[in-house]
Design a binder for this molecule. Structure first.
Ligand SMILES: [Ca+2]
Ligand SMILES: [Ca+2]
Length: 216
Protein backbone atom coordinates (compact mmCIF):
# COMPACT_ATOMS: atom_id res chain seq x y z
CA UNK A 1 0.00 0.00 0.00
CA UNK A 2 1.52 3.29 -1.03
CA UNK A 3 0.82 6.66 0.47
CA UNK A 4 -1.26 7.61 -2.55
CA UNK A 5 -3.37 4.54 -2.02
CA UNK A 6 -3.80 5.43 1.60
CA UNK A 7 -4.87 8.94 0.78
CA UNK A 8 -7.49 7.60 -1.57
CA UNK A 9 -9.37 5.88 1.20
CA UNK A 10 -12.21 7.94 2.55
CA UNK A 11 -12.45 6.99 6.17
CA UNK A 12 -10.99 4.18 8.13
CA UNK A 13 -11.26 3.10 11.68
CA UNK A 14 -8.88 1.18 13.83
CA UNK A 15 -8.65 0.38 17.46
CA UNK A 16 -5.48 1.03 19.28
CA UNK A 17 -5.01 -0.28 22.73
CA UNK A 18 -2.52 2.11 24.22
CA UNK A 19 -0.66 0.76 27.17
CA UNK A 20 0.41 3.29 29.72
CA UNK A 21 1.47 2.86 33.24
CA UNK A 22 -0.21 4.62 36.10
CA UNK A 23 -3.73 4.90 34.81
CA UNK A 24 -6.59 2.78 35.98
CA UNK A 25 -9.49 4.07 33.95
CA UNK A 26 -9.47 3.82 30.19
CA UNK A 27 -9.91 7.07 28.36
CA UNK A 28 -11.30 7.17 24.90
CA UNK A 29 -9.59 9.74 22.74
CA UNK A 30 -10.53 10.34 19.16
CA UNK A 31 -7.66 10.67 16.81
CA UNK A 32 -8.47 12.37 13.56
CA UNK A 33 -5.87 12.94 10.96
CA UNK A 34 -5.85 16.04 8.82
CA UNK A 35 -3.19 14.58 6.59
CA UNK A 36 -4.25 11.00 6.24
CA UNK A 37 -7.51 9.11 6.09
CA UNK A 38 -6.88 7.28 9.31
CA UNK A 39 -9.49 7.76 11.93
CA UNK A 40 -8.25 6.07 15.00
CA UNK A 41 -9.92 5.66 18.32
CA UNK A 42 -7.42 5.25 21.04
CA UNK A 43 -8.52 3.27 24.02
CA UNK A 44 -5.84 4.76 26.16
CA UNK A 45 -4.20 4.01 29.41
CA UNK A 46 -5.22 0.48 30.09
CA UNK A 47 -3.22 -1.41 32.69
CA UNK A 48 -0.63 -3.85 31.46
CA UNK A 49 -2.57 -6.77 32.82
CA UNK A 50 -5.20 -7.96 30.40
CA UNK A 51 -7.50 -10.88 29.75
CA UNK A 52 -9.44 -11.79 26.66
CA UNK A 53 -10.64 -14.78 24.70
CA UNK A 54 -9.91 -15.68 21.09
CA UNK A 55 -9.76 -18.75 18.91
CA UNK A 56 -6.05 -19.03 18.15
CA UNK A 57 -6.08 -22.78 17.71
CA UNK A 58 -8.69 -22.39 15.01
CA UNK A 59 -11.15 -25.08 15.98
CA UNK A 60 -14.04 -22.78 16.73
CA UNK A 61 -13.48 -22.75 20.47
CA UNK A 62 -12.03 -19.77 22.20
CA UNK A 63 -9.01 -19.94 24.45
CA UNK A 64 -8.42 -17.65 27.39
CA UNK A 65 -5.49 -15.26 27.21
CA UNK A 66 -4.34 -13.95 30.55
CA UNK A 67 -1.61 -11.32 30.67
CA UNK A 68 -0.36 -10.70 34.17
CA UNK A 69 2.89 -9.22 35.40
CA UNK A 70 4.48 -9.51 31.99
CA UNK A 71 3.64 -13.16 31.40
CA UNK A 72 1.04 -14.40 29.00
CA UNK A 73 -0.81 -17.62 29.76
CA UNK A 74 -3.13 -19.30 27.30
CA UNK A 75 -5.67 -21.55 28.91
CA UNK A 76 -8.12 -24.02 27.52
CA UNK A 77 -10.80 -25.46 29.76
CA UNK A 78 -8.91 -24.05 32.72
CA UNK A 79 -5.64 -25.74 31.79
CA UNK A 80 -2.62 -23.78 30.63
CA UNK A 81 -1.58 -24.82 27.13
CA UNK A 82 1.17 -22.22 26.71
CA UNK A 83 3.03 -19.66 28.74
CA UNK A 84 5.42 -17.00 27.56
CA UNK A 85 9.04 -17.59 28.57
CA UNK A 86 10.27 -16.32 31.90
CA UNK A 87 12.75 -13.94 30.32
CA UNK A 88 10.15 -12.03 28.34
CA UNK A 89 8.12 -9.11 29.59
CA UNK A 90 4.98 -9.23 27.45
CA UNK A 91 3.54 -5.73 27.25
CA UNK A 92 0.57 -6.50 25.07
CA UNK A 93 -0.83 -9.48 23.19
CA UNK A 94 -3.39 -9.56 20.40
CA UNK A 95 -4.80 -12.30 18.22
CA UNK A 96 -5.14 -11.27 14.58
CA UNK A 97 -4.23 -12.57 11.16
CA UNK A 98 -0.97 -10.63 11.12
CA UNK A 99 0.49 -12.35 8.06
CA UNK A 100 -2.78 -12.40 6.14
CA UNK A 101 -2.70 -16.10 5.42
CA UNK A 102 -6.21 -16.70 6.68
CA UNK A 103 -5.20 -18.16 10.04
CA UNK A 104 -5.00 -16.30 13.35
CA UNK A 105 -1.68 -15.29 14.84
CA UNK A 106 -0.65 -14.42 18.35
CA UNK A 107 1.22 -11.12 18.21
CA UNK A 108 3.09 -9.89 21.25
CA UNK A 109 4.91 -6.74 22.17
CA UNK A 110 7.80 -8.06 24.21
CA UNK A 111 10.57 -6.41 26.20
CA UNK A 112 13.55 -8.59 26.64
CA UNK A 113 17.25 -8.65 27.10
CA UNK A 114 19.78 -11.15 28.15
CA UNK A 115 20.45 -9.64 31.48
CA UNK A 116 17.24 -9.09 33.38
CA UNK A 117 15.66 -11.64 35.59
CA UNK A 118 12.47 -13.55 35.05
CA UNK A 119 10.30 -11.42 37.31
CA UNK A 120 11.69 -7.96 36.83
CA UNK A 121 9.38 -5.49 35.08
CA UNK A 122 10.91 -3.81 32.10
CA UNK A 123 10.92 -0.37 33.64
CA UNK A 124 13.33 -1.51 36.33
CA UNK A 125 15.86 -1.99 33.60
CA UNK A 126 14.76 0.98 31.57
CA UNK A 127 18.21 2.53 31.71
CA UNK A 128 19.81 -0.63 30.51
CA UNK A 129 20.30 -0.18 26.78
CA UNK A 130 20.16 -3.93 26.32
CA UNK A 131 16.48 -4.01 27.24
CA UNK A 132 14.62 -3.42 24.01
CA UNK A 133 11.16 -3.86 22.62
CA UNK A 134 10.40 -6.60 20.13
CA UNK A 135 7.42 -7.69 18.08
CA UNK A 136 6.81 -11.42 17.96
CA UNK A 137 4.38 -13.24 15.69
CA UNK A 138 3.39 -16.80 16.53
CA UNK A 139 0.82 -19.31 15.37
CA UNK A 140 -0.66 -22.49 16.75
CA UNK A 141 0.28 -25.42 14.56
CA UNK A 142 0.60 -29.16 15.08
CA UNK A 143 -0.55 -28.85 18.65
CA UNK A 144 2.06 -26.33 19.71
CA UNK A 145 2.98 -22.67 19.53
CA UNK A 146 5.26 -21.98 16.59
CA UNK A 147 7.24 -18.83 15.90
CA UNK A 148 6.37 -17.17 12.60
CA UNK A 149 8.56 -14.10 12.93
CA UNK A 150 10.46 -12.44 15.75
CA UNK A 151 11.86 -8.97 15.35
CA UNK A 152 15.27 -7.94 16.51
CA UNK A 153 15.45 -4.82 18.68
CA UNK A 154 12.93 -2.33 17.39
CA UNK A 155 14.30 1.12 16.60
CA UNK A 156 11.39 2.61 18.53
CA UNK A 157 9.35 0.72 21.11
CA UNK A 158 5.72 0.06 20.38
CA UNK A 159 3.49 1.61 23.01
CA UNK A 160 0.44 -0.10 21.56
CA UNK A 161 -0.32 -2.52 18.77
CA UNK A 162 -3.53 -3.24 16.90
CA UNK A 163 -4.57 -4.86 13.67
CA UNK A 164 -7.18 -3.44 11.34
CA UNK A 165 -7.86 -3.23 7.64
CA UNK A 166 -7.20 0.47 7.48
CA UNK A 167 -7.12 0.77 3.68
CA UNK A 168 -10.06 -1.53 3.03
CA UNK A 169 -8.12 -3.95 0.85
CA UNK A 170 -9.29 -6.98 2.80
CA UNK A 171 -5.95 -7.48 4.53
CA UNK A 172 -4.90 -6.55 8.02
CA UNK A 173 -2.45 -3.78 8.69
CA UNK A 174 -0.51 -3.35 11.91
CA UNK A 175 -1.31 0.02 13.49
CA UNK A 176 1.01 1.09 16.27
CA UNK A 177 1.90 3.98 18.45
CA UNK A 178 5.63 4.25 18.87
CA UNK A 179 7.57 5.82 21.71
CA UNK A 180 11.21 6.43 22.44
CA UNK A 181 13.47 4.35 24.61
CA UNK A 182 14.48 7.56 26.38
CA UNK A 183 11.00 7.72 27.88
CA UNK A 184 11.80 5.50 30.78
CA UNK A 185 8.82 4.61 32.91
CA UNK A 186 6.03 4.79 30.39
CA UNK A 187 5.89 4.35 26.67
CA UNK A 188 4.57 7.72 25.64
CA UNK A 189 3.30 7.67 22.07
CA UNK A 190 5.43 9.88 19.81
CA UNK A 191 4.50 8.45 16.45
CA UNK A 192 1.53 6.80 14.79
CA UNK A 193 2.54 4.25 12.20
CA UNK A 194 1.04 1.67 9.87
CA UNK A 195 2.88 -1.47 8.86
CA UNK A 196 1.98 -4.33 6.59
CA UNK A 197 3.14 -7.92 6.47
CA UNK A 198 5.41 -8.32 3.50
CA UNK A 199 6.46 -11.92 2.96
CA UNK A 200 8.91 -11.83 5.83
CA UNK A 201 8.31 -9.24 8.48
CA UNK A 202 6.55 -5.92 8.37
CA UNK A 203 7.10 -3.05 5.97
CA UNK A 204 6.38 0.46 7.16
CA UNK A 205 3.68 2.09 5.07
CA UNK A 206 3.19 5.32 6.91
CA UNK A 207 4.38 7.19 9.98
CA UNK A 208 3.69 10.61 11.41
CA UNK A 209 3.94 12.37 14.72
CA UNK A 210 1.32 11.20 17.16
CA UNK A 211 0.53 14.68 18.39
CA UNK A 212 -0.36 15.96 14.94
CA UNK A 213 -3.15 13.40 14.73
CA UNK A 214 -4.58 13.93 18.16
CA UNK A 215 -7.76 15.85 18.52
CA UNK A 216 -9.80 15.44 21.63
CA1 LIG B 1 -2.06 -15.74 9.93
CA1 LIG C 1 -5.74 -3.56 4.50
Amino acid sequence: MRQSTVIAIAAVTALIMCVAIGFTHPTVIRLVSDRSPFVVFQHAAIPHDDAFTADLIGDGRKESFILKDGRLTIERDGTAVWRSPFDWWVDQAVVADADNDGSPNLVMSVWKSGDYGPSRPFWVSANNPAVKNHLFVFKWEDGAMQAVWQSSNLVRPNCSIAFADVDNDGQQELVVTEGEYADSNACGPRFLAVWKWDEWGFTNLWRDSFASHLRK
